[in-house]
Design a protein around this ligand. Structure first.
Ligand code: SF4
Ligand code: SF4
Length: 380
């Protein structure tokens, strides 16, 4: 098994569990998969069967949405047990080929999408009103260092988010800079797919990379990078913000104004890694409230109770066995019931999964999903 007796039980504080079942009771994927996280926490007390537990396909159904950790009265993080079991499979190289390819590409190319590192900054070309995106030289000073998520660098659907972020920063007159083609994956998805060693590599590499610049804050486009840099890196000494936090600050201080208007009933979907993981609930809503013409609606399941879209936890590369409707489909039906025309998000994965769900439900004519950066791009 390769682990010392008692290590797994201690690492995840399994003896602290009182088997109350609040984790499973709150777990959003139980409606469509056999995952019972409470049961895993209990069964893993017997370390002799860890191998057997790691063979259960439902360990890959967890989206790492953090609901179980928020609900646990004993302060456990039940989903971490599932990541620990995934690690055992990853160590053996016994994982889905799609996940294996993503992990290999993270190491070889610095991104999970199999794209060349040399093309990482192609998205910066020809941004409206921006002569040249500033890439920092070693030792150069800036107030804000911006990290762009791999998906926003390469996916044509997500690239406009990165471009709009530049437009916003330029308009607000922020002293910002980008890393350039040396920028790499944050490691969040490597860790969720069970590759702890690869995650540690990104922690060391990126922390060293960021330390080459004389910057005050690190700002991310994706909540996944934000969470990882802020809470999981052991070697980083920089305050980390999600872009919604920076833009809320700019609007509040009047450094940024939004002259345009969007006449739409908008409902905001909390990305798990921003909301349930980091309790950033107010800033995205504040930004939306500052856009003229926006009428804000609220999901019944929002903030700490928000429904996960199933895009996190490495799920972009692991297909669920279940054929039941995905949670993102439930989400778009909830939005339809609220009479919303726009579902606003602040995460590349949420944008992709919810857009897909709109197509599956045939609702793309009636409603759109847009990242807050896209909406800002229409009003600055
Ligand atoms: S919520 Fe916490 S204490 Fe309750 S069963 Fe789950 S892990 Fe155990
Ligand atoms: S993190 Fe979310 S999906 Fe995973 S076990 Fe916990 S509640 Fe369920």
């Amino acid at each position: 098994m390769g682990i010392e007796e008692g290590t797994f039980v201690k690492k995840y504080d399994l003896l602290g569990c009182i088997q109350c079942g609040r984790c499973t009771g709150g777990c959003p994927v139980t409606v469509r998969t056999p995952l019972n996280v409470r049961r895993f926490v209990y069964d893993a007390l017997n370390e002799e069967i860890l191998e057997e537990l790691s063979d259960k396909p439902e360990i890959w159904d967890c989206t790492t949405c953090n609901t179980c950790a928020l609900r646990c009265p004993k302060g456990l993080e039940p989903f971490e047990v599932l990541i620990g079991l995934r690690s055992m499979k990853a160590e053996e190289g016994n994982i889905e080929p799609t996940a294996r390819d993503a992990l290999e590409s993270m190491f070889n190319n610095g991104n999970p999408w199999g794209k060349p590192a040399a093309k990482r900054c192609d998205w910066m070309e020809g941004i409206e009103g921006v002569e040249k995106v500033r890439i920092l030289e070693e030792g150069e000073k800036a107030d804000v260092l911006v990290h762009i998520c791999c998906t926003a660098c390469y996916d044509p659907r997500i690239i406009p988010l990165a471009r709009n972020l530049v437009r916003v920063l330029e308009k607000a007159g922020i002293d910002y800079g980008f890393i350039g083609t040396e920028e790499k994956h944050c490691g969040s998805e490597a860790r969720r797919l069970g590759e702890e060693g690869l995650f540690e590599y990104f922690d060391e590499e990126n922390s060293e990379l960021f330390s080459r610049f004389d910057v005050k804050r690190l700002v991310t486009l994706s909540p996944h990078c934000f969470n990882t840099f802020k809470n999981e890196y052991q070697n980083l000494n920089l305050p980390v913000l999600h872009y919604t936090q920076l833009i809320a600050e700019l609007l509040e201080s009047k450094a940024l104004d939004l002259p345009g208007e969007i006449a739409s009933r908008v409902v905001y979907h909390d990305p798990c890694y921003l909301g349930k993981k980091n309790l950033v609930f107010d800033e995205p809503r504040y930004i939306l409230g500052e856009i003229k013409g926006v009428e804000l609606a609220e999901f019944l399941r929002s903030k700490e109770r928000s429904l996960c879209c199933e895009g996190g936890g490495g799920k972009m590369w692991v297909e669920s066995q279940s054929k039941a409707p995905r949670l993102a489909e439930t989400r778009v039906l909830d939005a339809q019931a609220l009479g919303a025309n726009t579902i606003a998000v602040a995460c590349p994965f949420c944008l992709l999964t919810i857009e897909d769900a709109l197509k599956v439900k045939g609702l793309e004519e009636e409603m759109r999903v847009a990242d807050i950066l896209e909406l800002l791009g229409e009003v600055i």
